[in-house]
Design a protein around this ligand. Structure first.
Ligand code: SAM
Length: 451
């Protein structure tokens, strides 16, 4: 079955040289440390879908592109020239998957250089580089692919960590992380049944496969605004691995006091899992996040879906500032992490992350776990998750938590889910089409005081 991808080009695209310019502008921003969403927000709306498709393709070949560029260029070019040259080289590397005939690409790249004041003077230099690559591709590629980073398109520290964490599966994990992701949606069961929506879409020729309890994965991606029911809140975009959080937290959980479950979504923005919680269970949900702007996104998302939570902007570990003293039946801790599991949808992550980010994040995850655990009612349940494949942020974090909290019990849990077929022994999701992101889940229960 062919998976179509959300970043595919719109049929009526603007001229290629303008798309290349837009892609290079966004790439330059990513190289300056901005994430891809931020960088693409600066692109004119008409060019954005095409610029995203090109940018993602270039980012997925980033380390090879750099290695080839270093062989072609003696002195570092200016930032705008470098971004345009790397855009051209990155797209040339696509080979059989090329979006455009290679000669069209080369001539349009030169056109793009000539049309911008910051690259105009270097148009012949860019032309010479990409044409030399065309002539000497085999030799240059042989040289460029000597290094592990260029072979796998990840920084060396990242490759070594995945090798160490998964000695048998590291290649398939890295490879799957560089594939485009399908468009996965979660059906809002409060508004419409999953089967009914699947049927309705099928009647309009939009085919989708059911995954998990509430998921539909489109076979042919579309802009969300063009999906029937999206504006009415019948569905939301959410990866199928992320859709496991709420059933793991809520299924089989008993209401202890009052008439509804009292649930804390501890790191909630932009509210994907908050919304799922409210769709799935009759619960009083507290949604906390430290980031004011991202808290606004929670409100917007809930509004579209017709749902309500108590949204609080706070450092969730600083409990005296927000906690009323009432224990929670369930706590979801979707902790900040390296996001090393979601590279399929965020191919800028390997370029933006530094190895030194990891210890700080691990420390922060530990701080959040330790601060929130006492807020759980006896017999209550906590789900700790991260969208990371690194064991330091998953299994090892939970191993050390269990060692220092003897009242915590680990229930049967998915553990590390991988964006590849080889490393998913849990059987929780069918990953035959590599249709989900890398994630970690641990389901923890508080032993009753009288046990
Ligand atoms: C992985 S994202 C959460 C995604 C969200 N659960 C969803 O499904 O849409 C992690 C979030 O943690 C928030 N965060 C980080 N440190 C925090 C803290 N100390 N207190 C509260 N939120 C925090 C970040 O602002 C970010 O929005």
């Amino acid at each position: 079955m062919r998976q179509a991808h959300s970043e595919e080009l719109a049929p009526l695209a603007p001229p290629l040289w303008r798309q290349l310019q837009a892609c290079a502008g966004a790439l330059q921003m990513v190289l300056e440390g901005k994430n891809h969403s931020h960088a693409l927000a600066a692109v004119a709306p008409a060019l954005r879908p095409a610029a995203q498709a090109l940018l993602f393709a270039v980012l997925r070949h980033w380390e090879t592109t750099q290695a080839v560029r270093d062989l072609l260029v003696k002195r570092a070019p200016s930032a705008p020239v470098n971004a345009l040259l790397c855009t051209g080289l990155g797209l040339q590397l696509l080979g059989a998957d090329a979006m455009y005939p290679v000669h069209t690409l080369v001539s349009q790249l030169v056109e793009a250089a000539k049309h911008h004041p910051k690259t105009r003077a270097q148009a012949s230099f860019i032309n010479a580089c990409v044409r030399r690559f065309l002539r000497e591709e085999k030799t240059l590629m042989n040289q460029a692919l000597q290094g592990l980073s260029a072979q796998w398109n990840f920084p060396l520290w990242w490759i070594k960590r995945v090798q160490r964490d998964y000695p048998n599966d590291w290649q398939s994990i890295l490879q799957a992380s560089q594939q485009a992701a399908p468009l996965s949606l979660r059906v809002n069961r409060r508004k419409i049944g999953r089967d009914a929506l699947q049927q309705q879409w099928a009647e309009q020729g939009m085919l989708a496969d059911a995954v998990g309890e509430d998921g539909l994965v489109l076979r042919q991606a579309k802009p969300v605004q063009a999906i029937e029911g999206f504006a009415q809140g019948w569905c939301s975009v959410q990866d199928t691995a992320a859709q496991l959080a709420v059933p793991l937290l809520i299924k089989g959980l008993q209401v202890r006091h009052g008439d509804r479950l009292k649930v804390l979504d501890a790191c909630a923005a932009p509210g994907g899992k908050t919304a799922h919680l409210l769709e799935y269970a009759d619960a009083e949900v507290w949604a906390l996040d430290i980031d004011v702007q991202r808290c606004e996104r929670i409100q917007e998302n809930l509004q579209r879906l017709g749902l309500q939570a108590k949204v609080v902007c706070a450092d969730v570990a600083d409990t005296p500032t927000w906690w009323t003293g009432q224990l929670f039946d369930a706590i979801l801790l979707d902790a900040p992490c390296t996001a090393s599991g979601i590279v399929r949808r965020h191919p800028d992550i390997p370029l933006l992350r530094r190895e030194s980010d990891l210890p700080a994040l691990v420390k922060q995850q530990k701080r959040l776990l330790d601060a929130l655990w006492p807020l759980l009612a006896p017999g209550g349940r906590m789900v700790y998750c991260t969208c990371s494949v690194f064991r330091d942020e998953g299994q090892y974090q939970i191993d050390s938590f269990l060692a220092r909290n003897t009242r915590a019990v680990l229930r049967p849990s998915p553990g590390h889910l991988m964006p590849s077929r080889a490393a998913n022994p849990s059987g929780l999701l069918d990953n035959a089409v590599n249709s989900f992101d890398g994630f970690f889940y641990a389901v923890l229960e508080q032993r009753n005081a009288d046990v």
